[in-house]
Design a protein around this ligand. Sequence first.
Ligand code: HEM
Length: 184
Amino acid sequence: MGLAPEEFMEKMEQRMLFSDEDKSLLQSKADWGKEIAPEMAEYFYDYLEKDSEMKAILHTTEERIHRLRATFIDWFYEMFTGMDNWGDEYAQRRWRIGLIHVRLGIGPQHVVPAMATVVREAQKKIKSQGKKESLGEALSKICMIDLAFIEQAYLEVSSNAVLRETGWTEGLFRRLIATGAEAM
Ligand code: HEM
């Protein structure tokens, strides 16, 4: 097991039907993305703060939340620019974000509703400002690709840790999961 972020990115682009038209549209609205990013960060962290578990993670150290606001703003803007046109650099960055969340113990139960919040608030903004519906669709697609990176990071990190620790083969591991799921 081992994930090549660039290959994963390509696969996700295909599966999410993230097209060249979506990319051009996002890039043409990059200034707008930058403009609304701080407001989106506000919605995002206000939402996370309402959950006691997530609030505790956000305030582990005093400066963490400030750092996070800044990184969220960068992250949001990168979805519009695509960094290197959604190439290797983009994929590596998204993979790293996934790994950081895994290390912090922030699981799918936290990340999925958090991403849903980003999509919801961005859609509201698009509607209220009379922007094209297709912009909302393109943004939702890239949000889902970014989410897939974080989710996949969980699986990769957990599986690799088990294989390393036990010396099991991948085949054996998969069989154990299949029988374990059957027994549940
Ligand atoms: C839509 C989902 C999310 C996105 C896009 C996102 C984005 C990011 C980014 C870009 C970073 C910085 C990574 C780096 O330093 O390279 C980060 C770190 C972090 N995120 Fe998230 N995040 C998400 C969900 C969450 C959730 C649900 C929590 C839980 C409370 C969370 C808590 C954190 C923490 C604690 C850090 C590390 C901060 C530090 O000490 O530097 N994130 N996140």
